[in-house]
Design a binder for this molecule. Structure first.
Ligand SMILES: [Zn+2]
Length: 244
């Protein structure tokens, strides 16, 4: 069942997407982001790596791939309707939720002062039939973002060096956890499913068979009341809310 009031905010929201790699936002929650951009909310991406290990071609260099993937991510974010894309520059594949990264993410949260943060579920280990294990960077990204949100971002006693840099404590009102093991919120994204798909396809370096992928994604994530004539699509989240 969908949760029609979950994103029925009364005013435009500042949404900060913090995930590990270029393409994560589109795959995990792209249709919801496109829906929010369409509704007038401001979407900013902050990706912790540039995905420079996302190739099995022995002739590809990490530096070249980093540039390619940053450009692809900016193209995809434009299709989604996001305002801006930033990269933290942590090494792809080696992301860990250590204190240094927690401080860096806390700085990002205080800098952008989002109403809503989107990240992913650090407890999501076993993924799917075709990809049995979730990428460790995804789990690390989810963990470090949740740890930065609480208790660091809103407390002046955490990372005092950030206060000295001028970043005051800031707490988002909601965190939307994608890839959630125990989702509590379902969004009907039928209207923006095609936008999500086009944004996924902008990650050309990652897609060997665009037509096959489009076919698979049009066939998946359909709701129970979906039919070939009238397909309906959903995305699922664990939404955490703080009273302010
Ligand atoms: Zn990823």
């Amino acid at each position: 069942m969908t949760s029609p009031k979950a994103d029925n905010w009364e005013s435009p929201q500042k949404v900060l997407v913090i995930l590990a790699h270029p393409d994560d936002a589109e795959f995990f929650c792209g249709a919801t982001l496109a829906r929010w951009a369409k509704a007038g909310h401001e979407i900013t991406y902050y990706l912790l790596t540039c995905g420079e290990k996302g190739s099995s071609d022995p002739n590809t260099s990490g530096d070249d791939l980093c540039h390619v993937r940053q450009k692809e991510q900016k193209d995809a974010a434009k299709i989604i309707g996001a305002k801006d894309v930033h990269f933290l520059g942590r090494p792809d594949g080696y992301l860990v939720p250590d204190m240094d990264t927690r401080c860096a993410v806390t700085r990002i949260i205080r800098q952008f002062t989002p109403d809503i943060i989107i990240t992913c579920d650090p407890t999501h280990l076993y993924h799917s039939v075709s990809y049995p294990l979730n990428h460790p960077d995804h789990r690390a990204a989810g963990q470090v973002v949740l740890d930065a949100v609480f208790p660091a971002a809103g407390s002046h006693l955490f990372f005092p060096e950030l206060l000295a840099e001028g970043f005051e404590p800031h707490m988002p009102r909601e965190v939307w956890v994608s890839l959630a093991t125990h989702p509590n919120t379902t969004i009907d994204v039928t209207d923006t499913w095609e936008t999500k798909l086009q944004a996924i396809l902008a990650h050309k370096s990652q897609i060997s068979d665009p037509e096959g992928l489009a076919k698979r994604w049009r066939a998946r994530e359909k709701t129970k009341n979906s039919s070939d004539k009238n397909p309906r699509y959903e995305e699922h989240f664990r939404v955490l809310r703080w009273k302010q």
